[in-house]
Design a protein around this ligand. Sequence first.
Ligand code: NAP
Length: 293
Amino acid sequence: MLGKNGQVGWELQRSLMVLGELIALDRNYEGALCGDLANAEALRKTIRLLKPDVIVNAAAYTAVDKAETEPERAYQVNSIACQLLAEEAASLGTLLVHYSTDYVFNGEGDKPWTESADTGPLNQYGVTKLAGEQAITASKCNHLIFRTSWVYGARGNNFAKTMLRLAGERESLSVVADQVGAPTGAELIADVTAQAIKAAVARPEYSGIYHLAASGETSWHGYAEYAFSIARELGLPLRVETVQPICSEEFPTPAARPKNSRLNTNKLQDAFSIYLPDWKVGVRRMLMEVLNK
Ligand SMILES: NC(=O)c1ccc[n+]([C@@H]2O[C@H](COP(=O)([O-])OP(=O)(O)OC[C@H]3O[C@@H](n4cnc5c(N)ncnc54)[C@H](OP(=O)(O)O)[C@@H]3O)[C@@H](O)[C@H]2O)c1
């Protein structure tokens, strides 16, 4: 598994352990092994040495705004490395599991995107993630690509934690209300990944792209309000009194974000008999864990 210290990578270390021997790498060398997606030679050598049954790639260039000014670095990690992983997986008969994003879509309309909907990324990060998907699909290796959205983990920083910190400091906050999607826990993504791998390993008929997001939908504003309601329920003092809904244009960022990030997850639920809980279930659980520390 690659990207062991990321939000999803961290949770995968727990969920994949039960499937067999797990080797989890980050970008640094561990003996002769190296999971640096920007070091093609080291990555290829590592895969050829290990000959894994499954490669799970949770590593990615995820700095969405920074990708606007360093698109080549983002492309190297999110696309060129995927092509390498896919080539190696194809020649070894290995299952390649990879993650992509709602940012491959242009965000128009208000219907949940299906896997076959036309793509049209609005920013460099989305362009490089889409190129990664296309490289994997073109290689014909056995693969699972999970497009997910608004990922959070209990470990490290996340949107809800940032909002709670700000709500403790300020009386008034403005939060974007015209981008709609589903906050999705890294824990859920990792659990679904393990379940899907069990079904798909050595079964190329499962190969393909799947949308993996929590059920329901909200805006960043709704997400923040929900986090505040949990915090109040747990007795955490908040200074914030007004949470102003604003539109994306009032909060300009270097990278444009899609307004409609809704993902239709029927294909995943049907193929692997998976139940995806409402986004509030995971956010509540994460906040209980974080706030009760
Ligand atoms: N976060 C979201 O909201 C979101 C939404 C939709 C889809 N996704 C996708 O979901 C997947 C997992 O995302 P995440 O939220 O877990 O991301 P994350 O927390 O940012 O973790 C990404 C990991 O990739 C590592 N990485 C970056 N460049 C690398 C390189 N050259 N070689 C090896 N490792 C490298 C990072 O290591 P360092 O810490 O050392 O940089 C980090 O540990 C990604 O494919 C992402 O595109 C994420």
